[in-house]
Design a binder for this molecule. Structure first.
Ligand code: NAD
Length: 499
């Protein structure tokens, strides 16, 4: 069996803690590798290496750092097939979807090529008599990120590309469920020209995360994953004086107005609800048709589409709409929640229970499910299922639909499908959710905008990528300067004001 490594100071290094986690092929259920789980000492070693490498990297001019990103884009494109295959093998998503995972990260790397411009400071000439004032953005030093299993290429790149181009060293603690692509990404960064130690990968679990949170040299922590862990990391990281941004779970509602194009809405729901087996933080998991007549028309359109979905291994190529979920534990959790929906009185219109794929009986496949007549008190409404389960909550009015999205504890993404510009505008203005789609089911902002939810989907202020990332990964220093003109005025004892 393959034994994976850490990536420290430009080398693959075996784990020394003696602790490992199994990495599965979710399509077959087989353990295909084991990944070392770093000890506190191994994390400390990575931090030491990063701290040594960082000052020289920060001193490299921003244009040269940007050129590393240019080269990185080229290498990612060169290795796209290899990266996507490795990603699908460990995650289970289809190859085209895995390429999208790499591509959405690559686009943030492209944005980072603009670093020389984005890092420019501000200057005020003659802020006072003979006084100039200017500010500059300086890197933090050693930064770290902890990432989830569901986007093993995109989310690490959202963190380390801006961190590195700003002049920081970055330590990535990827998900222990699919660590191979993050290791490949680190190798490529070095091939692109980043010095050794600037991007390191420490594989691990809670022990390595806690070691990063407690290490005094680590200046910032980026986290993406489930809300309870986000809350824990935010609290602990902040109390240890670090700059922290944490992105958590989701329950994204899509409102379908009576005037919506019902075929378009049904197609959108099927893609956004079941793509990647529902394992996306921007998946639509709640459909909210407005009015019973709309609901009936929508369900009628949805059922045949869902029944036609092709579920299978990534190796089956284009013939597959979505693959297995990531682990048997994830599968068991989805099955438990589906059963709770049935027990609590929701109507299971498409029943994916007992799904079996010939030749892949041990894979972690889950059939597609569609629930109708779900109510807000049910567990399948309150909880993030993270599986191919779409729930329908019928609202009688637009205000009720809006209220559902607004009252839910999560606030990552949402969408409205309508032909009425006034309704769409009202929704976008009033809803308390970070990313809104108007006839767009998965409104993931592009690299030059920023990504982030509201409410329990986020802890911290700045968003991911776009201009916010350059703020998160730098500190502002403001200088007030006066060059003596020869006239000595003596000391000043009251606070200086510009008159
Ligand atoms: P997770 O919270 O289980 O794990 C995320 C990371 O935290 C992993 O690296 C893991 O090793 C680490 N971790 C797990 N338990 C820990 C603990 N007790 N202490 C310290 N670290 C711990 O999440 P996941 O299952 O990998 O990913 C799915 C979740 O991520 C979903 O809730 C999804 O909505 C969310 N997600 C959110 C966004 C977003 O931008 N808001 C994006 C992608 C995924």
């Amino acid at each position: 069996m393959q034994e994976l490594t850490h990536y420290l100071n430009g080398e693959h290094v075996n784990g020394t803690s003696g602790r490992f986690a199994d990495v599965f092929n979710p399509a077959t259920g087989e353990v295909q590798a084991r990944v070392p789980l770093a000890s506190t000492e191994e994390v400390a070693k990575a931090v030491e290496i990063a701290a040594k490498a960082q000052p020289a990297w920060a001193a490299v001019n921003p244009q040269r750092r940007a050129r590393v990103m240019m080269k990185y884009v080229e290498l990612l494109n060169r290795d796209m097939d290899k990266l996507a295959e490795a990603l699908s093998r460990e995650h289970g998503k289809t190859v085209p979807d895995a390429k999208g995972d790499v591509q959405r990260g690559l686009e943030v790397v492209e944005y980072c090529i603009g670093a020389p411009h984005l890092l420019k400071g501000e200057f005020t000439d003659s802020a006072g008599p003979g006084i100039d004032m200017y500010s500059m953005r300086q890197p933090l030093g050693v930064t770290a990120g902890i990432t989830p299993f569901n986007f093993p290429a995109m989310i690490p790149m959202w963190m380390f590309a801006p961190a590195i181009v700003c002049g920081n060293a970055f330590i990535l603690k990827p998900s222990e469920r699919d660590p191979s692509v993050p290791l490949m990404l680190a190798e490529l960064m070095e091939e692109a020209g980043a010095p050794k130690g600037i991007l390191q990968v420490v594989n691990g679990d809670k022990e390595s995360v806690d070691a990063l949170l407690e290490h005094p040299v680590v200046q910032s922590i980026g986290f993406v994953g489930s809300t309870p862990i986000a809350e824990y990391i935010y609290g602990k990281g902040c109390s240890n004086g670090k700059r922290v941004q944490c992105f958590g779970g989701a329950k994204n509602h899509m409102i379908i107005m009576p005037d919506a194009d019902m075929d378009q809405a049904a197609d959108a729901l099927v893609g956004a609800g079941y793509g990647a087996a529902g394992e996306r933080c921007m998946a639509i998991s709640v459909a909210v048709p407005v009015g019973d007549e709309t609901a009936d028309r929508l369900i009628e359109k949805l059922v045949p589409r869902i029944e036609k979905l092709k579920v299978g291994p990534y190796t089956a190529g284009d013939d597959v709409d979505y693959g297995p979920v990531v682990t048997s534990a994830a599968k068991a959790n989805i099955e438990r929640l589906v059963q709770s929906g049935v027990d609590q009185g929701a109507e299971l219109v498409v029943d994916g229970r007992g799904f079996n794929l010939q030749g892949y009986e041990d894979g972690f496949f889950v059939g597609p499910h569609l629930f109708d007549k779900v109510t807000p008190d049910m567990d399948i409404y309150k909880t993030e299922i993270f599986g191919p389960v779409l729930t329908t909550v019928r609202a009688q009015t637009y205000e009720e639909a809006l209220g559902l999205a607004m009252d839910h504890e999560y606030g990552n993404g949402t969408a409205i499908f309508t032909r009425d510009g006034d309704a769409a505008r009202d929704f976008a203005n009033r809803v308390n959710i970070g990313m809104v789609g108007i006839n767009v089911p998965i409104p993931v902002p592009l690299a030059y905008h920023t990504f982030g939810g509201w409410k329990k989907s986020v802890f911290g202020d700045l968003n991911q990528h776009g201009p916010d990332a350059f703020k998160f990964y730098t500190r502002t220093k403001t200088i007030t300067s006066r060059w003596p003109s020869g006239i000595k005025e003596g000391g000043e004892f009251s606070i200086p004001v510009m008159e």
